[in-house]
Design a protein around this ligand. Structure first.
Ligand SMILES: *Cc1c(COP(=O)(O)O)cnc(C)c1O
Length: 466
């Protein structure tokens, strides 16, 4: 399988290089040159497979000969074995033909574990083969950092440095990162805000000379193709559990960077019957505004009760724009260059095509809380604020009651106790048993000034072979 850039200028790469590269050299994102397509008959034959075997069937064409089949199978078994539910991604019913797909049974209680548990293992496998080492550097305001750290904790060939804004992440989120103790894990609390952290990461990727040429930086944010790939699997799994592919499904997806929902779009293109895909956003609604009015325009960042969806632009949306433009990289490049200067639109017929592919809705904090309360009162089931946005959007956008509507449950409610409290419920979400002692565990992190030089010196001094 070859991968090409959405901006059309970077060289095509194989799977291994795409895994290690992140952003393409022309600023674009890598996508497969062509998608595998599965017949209904083949998909039907996957009924009853374990999650990891299904993952193998869906992902193998993307990995191709980069990893021998037996090794890849073993890796997938190990990856999904760490989830605290035998079904890996269990379905919970809310109402007639309405479901939540619980994607938060992994080590950090958010769906990002599905991809990052695999990514850590893929990286280590490829680096071992190549006798190479990488330094992962990332900034986080919450879920990504902890999932990345958990994903890399056993990697031999990876050091990971995660920057978070000092005293500005929730205690649960901080502890999920800082209580993972390992020689290759480095938490840095920067005396600044999330944007400062992100700027430092960006600057460091731009000029890696501080590493003295002895190792290189790698990215684990959702522009990494392997993350998208891993997220395609659970669309197939949920559908098969509810009678697919002989009936079509609808999915509602709480969306920030457009990674998770893009995976659903790919599942559909790969042959899975999906009749509706709902983009569910919070007040940071650039995608909803685009879908409703063909205007792609950055607004100021709003802080909401669903912080993992607080974004100004959706990086993975570029991958959809590439398809909407007939895979014309030059057109995408000029569109996005213009988009960084002000509002842009796309040709009307292309936008109409996008509207056929997706429905959308934006949900504010009050409605999020109302939904958490409503579902609890109806079912004694507690939603986290991100999933609540998905459920509300699903109910608002639903077209056909005969088609199962599945909302992706992206996080465990105990990660976001503030939103539960604000919804007026007197229940306190409990951490699951395997995390119940989180508040007693030893923490390890280093507080550094808001200064890129100091952070780079720290990294240069603390990676494995420094
Ligand atoms: C990351 C995240 C999202 C958004 O996912 P994208 O792939 O960026 O659209 C939604 N909910 C939770 C809990 C998350 O951690």
């Amino acid at each position: 399988m070859r991968y090409i850039s959405t901006r059309g200028e970077a060289p095509a790469l194989g799977f291994e290089d795409v895994l290690l590269t992140g952003l393409a050299s022309d600023g674009g994102l890598y996508v497969p040159e062509s998608l595998p397509h599965f017949s209904l008959e083949e998909i039907r034959s996957w009924r009853g497979l374990s999650y990891s075997e299904l993952a193998f069937r869906v992902m193998h064409p993307f990995v191709d000969d980069a990893i021998p089949a037996d090794d890849f199978r073993a890796m997938l078994e190990e990856t999904y074995d760490v989830f605290a539910h035998q079904a890996v991604a269990p379905l919970v019913q809310l109402d007639t033909n309405e479901w939540v797909l619980e994607l938060f049974r992994g080590p950090t209680l958010a769906f990002k574990d599905f991809a990052l548990q695999l990514l850590g293992r893929l990286l280590d496998y490829v680096l071992e083969k190549r006798k190479q080492h990488v330094v992962i550097m990332g900034a986080t305001s919450g879920d990504t950092g902890s999932a990345a750290i958990e994903g890399c904790r056993r990697c031999e060939h990876v050091d990971i440095f995660i920057l978070h804004p000092y005293q500005r992440v929730s205690e649960v989120q901080r502890r999920q990162m800082t209580t993972v103790l390992g020689d290759n894990i480095h938490n840095i609390a920067v005396k600044g805000n999330f944007d400062d952290c992100q700027r430092m990461v960006k600057e460091s990727f731009g000029d890696q000379s501080f590493l003295g040429g002895k190792t290189q930086l790698a990215a684990v944010n959702s522009i990494n193709w392997a993350r998208i790939m891993a997220q395609i699997v659970y669309y197939f799994q949920a559908s098969l559990a509810l009678g697919g592919p002989d009936r079509s499904m609808a999915f509602s997806v709480p969306t920030g960077n457009f990674g998770d929902i893009f995976a659903g779009y790919l599942a559909k293109k790969m042959g899975l019957p999906i009749s509706q895909l709902v983009i569910a956003t919070n007040r940071n609604d650039i995608l909803h505004r685009f879908m409703s009015g063909n205007r792609y325009e950055q607004h100021k960042l709003e802080h909401t009760l669903s912080p993992s969806m607080d974004i100004m632009v959706s990086s993975n949306f570029e991958r959809l724009l590439f398809d909407l433009h007939g895979r014309d990289g030059a057109a995408v490049k000029s569109l996005l260059e213009n988009a960084s200067k002000g509002p842009v639109s796309i040709e009307d017929y292309r936008w109409r095509h996008a509207r056929k592919l997706f429905d959308s809705d934006a949900v504010d904090d009050k409605t999020t809380c109302d939904t958490i309360r409503e579902i609890y009162e109806q079912n004694e089931y507690l939603l986290d604020p991100h999933t609540a946005i998905g459920v509300r959007a699903a109910r608002n956008c639903r077209r056909d009651m005969a088609i199962p509507m599945i909302t992706l449950g992206t996080a465990h409610p105990a990660k976001f106790p503030d939103a539960i409290a604000e919804s007026g419920l007197s229940v306190e979400p409990q951490l699951p048993p395997h995390m119940a002692d989180l508040f007693e565990r030893e923490e390890r992190y280093t507080v550094l000034d808001n200064d890129v030089q100091g952070v780079q010196d720290f990294i240069a001094k603390h990676w494995k072979n420094a």
